[in-house]
Design a binder for this molecule. Structure first.
Ligand code: PTJ
Length: 744
């Protein structure tokens, strides 16, 4: 009788053939042989059909599976491998992700038979898109078998979201999918290297002869990350009141004040080094944070901390608090401590207070914008103050030592008396004007304002003193002009951005879309985008949502056609408006250079001021644009869009129009121009009337268009002409619309 030998938990060998105990007795999955031994049914596992089986045959000793393990399997296909894993984890769950609807149909049949399988039709490179199914579970093991270029990145993205720490990973690599010309071994090593920061590589197994050019990386998720970078805002205090265990006050946050990188290595004993702008320093506050964070783990580490800032330290910009906060965040992630935001803020704030470098900046720095502390005092929460200023210009006159002032009894009494008054007054009338007024009152009455600061405050409205620094700040929307004013008093000046734009977490599922919203918002504040441009963005967003915020296959086809047409054009012109300038000026310039094409400003809500501001944006990118002094008119077009440049749109044979309202395309066509439109709404007038429309977000379409043009430059003209012969714009639009209506 045949003998059953265990290979690893749940996997056996009978006559040197791999097999698993059949979870659903009597049922085959892919035609495999079933055998009955001592009343138990086994299914043979074919190593030519399954990479996991191939790896086991090639010496892999362990799959780290228990009967209740949860598994995430990327690239489920029809479920051949998963069916065997399902035999080994009868009390666990296997989430099988696959992008192909056809494979999924077969896999779903399998899921109906096997209770521990969950099918997910989804794109493994977008793990956030299937969060709702998995997030309640933590997976013990991650398997991946997707033949795409960026296999290691996909693996990392998924492991960050779903694989528990010290969980195991099995990444099947098809070297030819990564690069068809490189040596297989080199490629596999390169991919393994990409994982090293977050995974311990346990073994790399060649799957030859079962699978040609394939290998499996067997790895274990680390407890800590080798390198983590975070940042924090700074905080300028306008006035404050000191309590024995903290403070309250009002102030303004500055964007991206400090960037902190923690580089961590396991060691026999703890040690650390702190650099600020590449110079070794004592950095008392950071030292306290490090000691506190290291006390929370049994492991020992050698840590290098790098704080980077462009702002000067000791000038009242809350940098010690910002450094403490970004450091606590970085260590929490790198050492995998799992602290909550509340705990992180508390550790950083306590360190700042203990070192005597701050009194509550950290509390403020976890929020954004302009704010006042809320009771109970010392404040732990804030209330926002509406602010329309985008920039703060800073003039520096010298350092002030926070420690000396806040620990001096006489100073403290004066500060608290006037601080109480300011807090009450601002809570009664929470406006930015009142904040600046009270800030000036505080600086004078507390006697903290030095002579130089007083002189500047008298000369420049909207200015006040940043506590505690010998520093003047001025809120402004004309940063250059204001900085020039400050230069009359001190050589040391700079401009920073007020962080009224809510910081968007990188892992937010709609981060890109929210960032674009803020670009438009910023464009309106600068005067580049007309306020109605926000509505245009909203319309676009709605359609972008429907197409899954990615470039759909129809758009890829449209982009290829547009690339061919632009390459064949004799005088192509890219028409830009407020929204496109705010969203993608850089990408427009790159495209114009690659074609090459001219760029012309053409606005619906045309004002000379907006034209000049848009021209300036392109000037910053060292490009001259047309349309500033238009000398021709598009016949019969009644809006200001009719105004064009003789050497630009007027003479153009191909015009690229993006994100517009639809009154112009018809008239451009009457002038015998070939119009290419980029718009997210396939039903809108511009794409319908255009000769060729690309239904995609301009921010995605433009880089892809540039890339495609680079590629097509290698083809001969005849082939390009051939490409353009067959397509029908309306047909492509119909297909796009049908995709949207189908919902996939
Ligand atoms: O800068 P100006 O003065 O020329 O202002 C022009 C705006 C944009 C205000 C004007 O053209 C306008 O009001 O446009 P509409 O009528 O709202 O149309 C805008 C079109 O752009 C809509 O069909 C949106 O779906 C589309 N759209 C919005 N955002 C994007 C987009 N298309 C591609 N990418 C986007 N990011």
């Amino acid at each position: 009788m045949s003998q059953v030998n265990q290979v690893t938990n749940g996997v056996y060998e009978i006559n040197s053939k791999l097999c698993t105990k059949n979870l659903i007795t009597g049922k085959k999955v892919y035609g495999e042989q079933l055998v009955n031994i001592e009343g138990k049914e086994y299914r043979f596992w074919n190593p030519n059909r399954s990479k996991v089986a191939a790896a086991l045959k090639k010496g892999l000793k362990n799959l780290h599976l228990k009967e209740n393990s949860n598994i995430l399997y990327l690239g489920a296909a029809e479920g051949t491998t998963i069916s065997h894993l399902s035999d080994t984890v009868p009390k666990g769950i296997i989430f099988g992700v696959d992008i192909s609807a056809r494979s999924m149909r077969k896999f779903i049949n399998l899921c109906e038979q096997r209770p521990n399988l969950v099918p997910i039709l989804g794109d493994a490179s977008q793990p956030n898109s299937y969060k709702e199914y998995i997030e309640a579970f933590s997976c013990d093991v991650l398997f991946q078998d997707v033949s795409q270029k960026n296999q290691a990145e996909i693996f990392l993205k998924n492991s960050r979201l779903y694989l528990k720490r010290e969980g195991y990973g099995f990444l099947s690599l098809k070297a030819r999918s990564i690069n068809s010309s490189e040596d297989v071994e080199v490629l596999v090593q390169q991919e393994a290297k990409k994982l090293e920061n977050e995974f311990e590589i346990l073994e790399i197994i060649s799957l030859h002869p079962f699978e040609k050019d394939h290998a499996m990386i067997y790895c274990k998720k680390k407890w800590f990350k080798l390198k983590v970078t975070t940042n924090s805002q700074g905080h300028m205090t306008c006035f404050f009141k000191i309590y024995s265990n903290g403070s309250t006050g009002a102030g303004i946050n500055i964007q991206n004040a400090i960037k902190t990188t923690a580089i961590v290595k396991k060691a026999k004993k703890n040690s650390f080094k702190i650099l600020i702008n590449n110079k070794k320093t004592k950095a008392e506050t950071s030292k306290i944070v490090l000691e506190e964070m290291l006390s929370k783990t049994k492991e020992k580490y050698e840590i290098l901390i790098k704080h980077q800032t462009k702002l000067p330290i000791g000038y009242g910009l809350g940098l010690s608090g910002a450094g403490a906060l970004s450091l606590t965040k970085a260590l929490n992630e790198s050492l995998n401590l799992g602290l909550l935001k509340k705990e992180i803020v508390s550790i950083a704030n306590n360190a700042d207070i203990k070192a005597g470098t701050g009194l509550g900046d950290v509390i403020a720095e976890q929020y954004s914008g302009t704010m006042i502390g809320l009771p109970p005092y010392p404040s732990k929460k804030i209330s926002k103050i509406k602010n329309t200023y985008k920039y703060v210009a800073l003039g520096f006159f010298g350092k002030m030592e926070t420690k000396k002032i806040i620990q001096n009894k006489k100073h403290k009494e004066k500060i608290n008396k006037i601080g109480s008054y300011c807090m009450n007054s601002l809570h009664k009338n929470k406006t930015i004007k009142n904040l600046i007024h009270l800030s000036r009152v505080f600086s004078i009455e507390s006697e903290l304002a030095t002579k130089q600061v007083r002189i500047v405050m008298d000369a420049i409205p909207n200015s006040s003193m940043a506590m505690l620094g010998n520093t003047v700040f001025v809120l402004t929307n004309k940063p250059k002009e204001t900085e020039k004013q400050l230069k009359q008093f001190t050589k040391k000046t700079m401009v920073s951005i007020i962080s009224w734009v809510q910081m968007i977490p990188k892992n937010h599922p709609r981060a890109k879309s929210l960032e674009q919203r803020h670009l438009i918002e910023e464009g309106v504040a600068k005067g580049i985008v007309t306020p109605t441009g926000m509505i245009a963005q909203g319309r676009g967003e709605a359609f972008d949502y429907l197409i899954g915020e990615k470039t759909i296959p129809e758009a890829k086809k449209q982009i290829e056609l547009a690339a061919a047409k632009l390459l064949l054009a004799e005088n192509p012109v890219i028409s830009v408006n407020g929204n496109t300038t705010a969203l993608c000026a850089k990408e427009i310039v790159e495209l114009a250079k690659i074609i090459p094409a001219k760029i012309e400003i053409n606005l619906f809500y045309r004002t000379e001021k907006r034209v000049k501001l848009i021209q300036k944006e392109f000037k910053k990118l060292r490009v001259k644009v047309l349309g500033v002094n238009p000398n021709k008119k598009v016949p019969n077009l009644t809006s200001k869009r009719a105004l064009v440049d003789e050497n630009g749109i007027w003479k153009a044979d191909v015009v690229l129009v993006m994100l517009e309202d639809g009154d112009r395309t018809e008239f451009l066509k009457k002038m015998k121009k070939f119009v290419i439109a980029i718009d997210l709404n396939p039903m809108s007038r511009t794409p319908q009337k255009a000769d060729l429309a690309i239904i995609d977000n301009v921010t995605r379409a433009l880089p892809l268009l540039s890339k495609t043009i680079k590629k097509l430059k290698k083809e001969n003209k005849k082939d390009l002409v051939k490409k353009l012969k067959k397509y029908k714009n309306k047909q492509l639009l119909k297909e796009t619309e049908l995709r949207i209506r189908r919902g996939k």
